[in-house]
Design a protein around this ligand. Structure first.
Ligand code: SAM
Length: 282
């Protein structure tokens, strides 16, 4: 069987199953198998890895991932794509499981346990995906909050998001700070928009996100909730955003102790400064 990520095979499968790319689900299918091969190479998968794929589409990446013989769990929200994924990909590979679900509503631990008899709680999971761009942030926040051992992610994201995650931002926001706390990101390579069908409006990049808990002593739920509160309203000062949750005098004392202006807006703070404030007010 031939790879799926070519113009010919993509059109053939779309026609055969009477499918049309759904814009509202972020459906842009890769039509260049070199990119897919590079993604799998860059993932540097080990024999003991389990792979989670989000949004397999018509199986371009699923096909190459399945060839590694590792256990691959692919979660696709669009019910209409499931017959194509099953008939064109997973029926040829025992190690490829297709799940019809919204990734944000899944219990990943249960899914891996139910689909792979040999899966144990501390098995290492690598996430590999060409993400649906409309929910990139939601998916990343969902993944860093999981109770399974995700070690790294190799992801196709919008170029702009890749830049932000690697530090190219003028204004900090809650999402970037939370990602800074729990991960390290680097750009692996850029992908031009004409490698997709239909062609999206923006260029993309493949990034590697390593999940590292740099602040093991901090309660994850509490610090994430603190950061979200600090950014509740962009235009307000940090004190105004936090005053309903913490004693204002306490916040002022911490800011003064750290030589930070009392009128500071959260977007001007670094992740480390936010952590200092969190520790001080808590
Ligand atoms: N992996 C395929 C490829 O590279 O050609 C398709 C990638 S396409 C950019 C994103 C895929 O994510 C689509 O198939 C879309 O239906 C799926 N998707 C969108 N929202 C989803 C969700 N909440 N959960 C799971 N899959 C989702």
């Amino acid at each position: 069987m031939k790879a799926i990520a070519t113009v010919e095979r993509t059109n053939l499968i779309l026609n055969k199953y009477n499918l049309h790319a759904r814009k509202k689900l972020g459906q842009n299918f890769i039509i260049n198998n070199n990119i897919i091969e590079n993604i799998v190479t860059e993932a540097k998968l080990n024999d003991d890895n389990f792979v989670l794929e989000i949004g397999p589409g018509i199986g371009a990446l699923t096909w190459e991932l399945a060839k590694t013989k590792l256990p691959i769990l692919s979660v696709e929200i669009d019910n209409d794509l499931i017959p194509a994924l099953r008939e064109e990909v997973s029926q040829y590979f025992d190690n490829s499981k297709i799940i019809n679900a919204d990734i944000l509503k899944t219990n990943l631990l249960e899914l891996f346990k139910n689909n792979f008899d040999n899966f144990k709680n501390d098995n290492k999971i690598v996430v590999i995906a060409n993400l649906p761009y409309y929910i990139t942030k939601a998916i990343l926040l969902f993944l860093i909050n999981q109770n399974i051992k995700i070690t790294k992610m190799i992801l196709m994201v919008q170029k702009e998001v890749a830049n932000k995650l690697t530090g190219d931002i003028k204004k900090n926001n809650a999402f970037i700070n939370i990602m800074n706390l729990y991960s390290e990101t680097k750009i692996l390579f850029d992908v031009n928009k004409d490698n997709f069908q239909p062609i999206p409006q923006v260029d993309s990049a493949i990034i590697e996100i390593k999940l590292v808990d740099k602040f093991v002593n901090l309660d994850k739920k509490q610090i994430i909730s603190f950061i979200k509160k600090a950014f509740l309203q962009k235009r307000k000062t940090l004190i105004n955003n936090l005053k309903n949750y913490y004693e204002v005098e306490k916040i002022k004392t911490v800011l003064e102790k750290n030589n930070i202006s009392l009128n500071i807006r959260s977007e001007k703070l670094t992740t480390n400064q936010l952590i200092d404030i969190f520790k001080g007010v808590d």
